[in-house]
Design a protein around this ligand. Structure first.
Ligand code: PLP
Length: 442
């Protein structure tokens, strides 16, 4: 009876979804033909539950963001308490409120070096756009208004606002809008290419370089060894600001506080979102160094002419504070390191067992592995295998992610920080069985 009712409810909702909801990063045609795959109603730990009662492992923490895991009622309580007391007050012009002050202080405790001042946004795209505008403003204040260009890397993902789309190195996102913001340059991941680009364009025209510590959406791509150390040196030498897009890596995902900590590098600006609230509320931020702040303060008397209505939204700040408190109190970054080692062990097992897997990579609870027709020659299959494996894994109760941008054939993993050793084992064995099934069908 219950099951039947749930089915009817699902069908009704699916029809409305098809009719009225435009899904992000989804084919409108396919969606209107097929409708939603799942309509989720609940979550707990690493699991999501669908309206028809199906329980799925959320192996990517949804969008690499539900870091503490689903179903932590404390965050709901923090939100309700804050909204009952003060739902909103403006931070424009200089007024403030307690949660935004406390969160700004907490973020400064987490961030490295002299990065101590945060501008808040509603997400990663806004944070990156904020950083680009801030970098240009900084050079203008320093008497170099022609330092405006922003360099980003191929296969990077920085978001979908006009600036962040323009910086994004995954081409379909850029092509969607036909005309981009001016002054954005792309470079591959070798330090020689960056050196050549700076020489060609002239350092006097370049405001900033932006990079994710480990590229997420582009395929969990780690940079060449010493890459960021050399980038840091090059940026210092040429007066170029170094922006770290820590939207995925920030707040523990890699087993360090921030992804750039893995490489021993302190950027000038850190952009954050996702993990700051584990997805329980939409909030992001841009953190600037004391050096940048001092310049903007001492040599410029006008406004910081940039702000979102929801810059420092009280409820979002209260939720983010509670989220960071949980990560700290439950030693979750340590668990990321321990379970990250388990995840890599599991991926190594898969790599050794299946002769079409290679290029295993990752850090902390960020991991990936790739399919090749021939691992040695790096020859790929005509049709990606990773998507087929993800489809088989779904039948076995695992919501997975395959990445095929740039011709790759990757399975990506980024489970919640609360994952146990046993649950890592379940993910690996589901993938193992799914690969075997795809092989059998070939
Ligand atoms: N930067 C990185 C590295 C991301 O992974 C994302 C989102 O996936 C963004 C920026 C954009 O963030 P948002 O979707 O919150 O605007």
């Amino acid at each position: 009876q219950m099951k039947n009712e749930a089915k009817i409810k699902f069908t009704e909702l699916a029809e409305l979804d098809k009719k009225h909801f435009l899904h992000p990063s989804t084919s409108i045609r396919q969606h209107v033909e097929n409708g939603p795959g799942f309509i989720f109603t609940e979550g707990e730990g690493i699991y999501l539950k669908d309206i028809r009662g199906r329980k799925l492992i959320d192996s990517l923490s949804s969008l690499w963001n539900v870091n503490i895991g689903h179903g932590r009622a404390e965050l709901g309580q923090a939100a309700a308490e804050q909204m009952s007391k003060l739902a909103f007050s403006s931070t424009f012009g200089g007024n403030s409120h307690e949660p935004v002050i406390e969160l700004a202080k907490k973020v400064a405790e987490w961030t490295p070096g002299d990065l101590n001042t945060t501008f808040f946004t509603s997400g990663g795209s806004e944070s990156n756009d904020t950083a680009f505008k801030t970098a240009r403003h900084y050079w203008k204040v320093k008497g170099q208004p022609n330092k405006t260009k922003i360099i980003s890397r191929r296969l990077s993902y920085h978001g979908v606002a006009m600036g962040s789309t323009s910086a994004t190195g995954i081409e379909p996102f850029r092509e969607f809008t036909t005309s981009l913001a001016q002054g954005f340059l792309y470079v591959d991941s070798s330090i020689e290419s960056l050196r050549a680009l700076i020489e060609e364009e002239g350092a006097e025209s370049i405001a900033a370089f932006i990079s994710e510590p480990i590229q997420g959406s582009g395929g969990v791509n780690l940079p060449p060894k010493d890459y960021f150390k050399e980038v840091r040196e090059m940026c210092d030498k040429h007066d170029i600001l170094f922006i770290a897009d820590e939207v995925i890596c920030g707040f523990g995902r890699t087993g360090e506080k921030f992804g750039m900590d893995l490489f021993g590098v302190v950027p000038d600006i850190i952009c954050m979102a996702k993990g700051i609230s584990s997805g329980y509320a939409p909030i992001g931020g841009m953190v600037i160094s004391d050096k940048i702040k001092k310049e903007l303060m001492e040599n410029y008397a006008g406004n910081f002419w940039h702000g979102y209505t929801y810059s420092g939204h009280p409820m979002c700040c209260a939720v983010a504070l509670k989220n960071l408190e949980i990560i700290e109190n439950e030693n979750m970054v340590e668990n990321v390191r321990n379970m990250g080692a388990e995840l890599q062990k599991g991926l190594k097992y898969l790599e050794e067992k299946h002769d079409n897997l290679g290029n295993r990579r990752g850090a902390g609870l960020l991991g990936a592995i790739e399919f090749f027709k021939n691992v040695e020659t790096k020859e790929r299959y005509a049709e990606p295998v990773s998507a087929k494996v993800v489809a088989k894994a779904l039948d076995r109760g695992l919501l997975g992610r395959s990445i095929v941008y740039g011709g790759q054939d990757t399975l990506a993993f980024a489970p919640p920080f609360c994952i146990t050793k046993e649950e890592v084992g379940t993910i690996i064995s589901i993938i193992d069985d799914s690969i075997a099934e795809v092989k059998k069908e070939r």
